[in-house]
Design a protein around this ligand. Structure first.
Ligand code: IPM
Ligand code: MN
Length: 321
């Protein structure tokens, strides 16, 4: 029996995940969905944002569908998103950007860089170490090469002109690409952010370390109309978690206007990853159909609510049987 842990989280996560979970329910009614409450609301209610029992549920499921979690108002608990990536060993963050002249995939190293957790604040000085290891770089580069082998080519984004850690990253990633026979080029991350906007068609798979990937994926979202549309897959050796690239968006939360497309597409990535490529395709086609009819949430200039858009996608799915 396939078990999917479903984490709505906070803010608009509570609005968009139910839509995506309903789509999964239509496509795979026999899959068990296990709701797990995590994040700020949970912390307010119980004093805990995430605990070992939650992790057990997530680890024992076949995949996690995740919404978004707000960070603690004054750092009362560490980032739940980062804790999950660490606890589940989710070393790769795959962020496809498809539309508006772009057909590219950002492959973001998800475990180290500035997110390695090596930081300290002193009286007059704060320091966050950017850690790049050979093992993590080889692992993510191999995954990026596997992806690129089935597509066109690989670009490595970096800042090797000034940072030693990036010369290290670039050297290792290039070596992996050469060994795997994948066509590869590279670019400075700052110039790459601009060029991805100008000439998206030049890019296919883009490999970057953690924070560069965080920034580059938001930049690339420009081509598809913003963060309301970008899905992601967090992959590890044993666990997987699928989540919109956007956060909990407290500014629009509770108004029922969030775009559920990123969450729906994350559900499609989940289906695809669990081997149901047919259902993934049906879901993506249903989203396209609804968009083609001109139905839009306010982030894309329309007036549809989250539920109106979601219901239209569900209706399109059901109609096609
Ligand atoms: C993302 C988010 C996260 C990140 C935050 C919420 C920790 O911005 O998934 O892109 O920085 O990775
Ligand atoms: Mn981000």
């Amino acid at each position: 029996m396939t078990r999917i842990a479903v984490v709505e989280g906070d803010g608009i996560g509570r609005e968009v995940v139910p839509v995506a979970a309903a789509a999964l329910q239509v496509l795979r009614p026999e899959w068990e969905q296990l709701p797990v409450e995590l994040g700020l609301e949970r912390w307010r209610r119980t004093g805990t944002a995430l605990d070992e029992a939650d992790l057990e549920v997530l680890r024992s499921s076949d995949a996690v569908l995740f919404g978004a979690v707000s960070s603690a108002p004054n750092g009362e608990y560490p980032s739940v998103v980062l804790a999950l990536r660490r606890a589940l060993g989710l070393y790769a963050n795959i962020r496809p950007v498809l539309g508006g002249g772009a057909d590219l995939v950002v492959v973001r190293e998800n475990s180290e860089g500035l997110y390695a957790g090596r930081e300290r604040i002193e009286a007059d000085r704060a320091c966050t170490e950017r850690v790049i290891t050979r093992a993590a770089t080889e692992r993510i580069a191999r995954l990026a090469c596997r992806l690129a082998a089935g597509r066109r080519h690989l670009t490595i984004g970096h800042k090797a002109n000034v940072l030693a850690a990036d010369r290290f990253f670039l050297g290792i990633a290039r070596g992996v690409a050469a060994a795997e026979g994948v066509p590869v080029d590279d670019a400075f991350i700052d110039a790459l952010c601009l060029d991805v906007l100008r000439r998206p068609g030049r890019y296919d798979v883009i490999l970057v370390e953690n924070m560069f990937g965080d920034i580059l994926s938001d930049v690339a979202a420009f081509h598809v109309g913003g963060l309301g549309l970008l899905p992601s897959a967090n992959l590890g050796e044993r666990h997987t978690l699928f989540e919109p690239v956007h956060g909990s968006a407290p500014d629009i939360a509770g108004r029922g206007i969030a775009n559920p497309t990123a969450a729906l597409r994350s559900a499609a990535m989940l289906l695809d990853h669990l081997g149901d490529t047919g259902a993934a395709e049906r879901l993506n086609i249903a989203i396209e159909e609804v968009m083609a009819r001109g139905l839009r949430t306010p982030d894309l200039g329309g007036t549809a609510s989250t539920l109106e858009f979601g219901d239209a996608v569900l209706a399109a799915l059901e109609k096609r049987g």
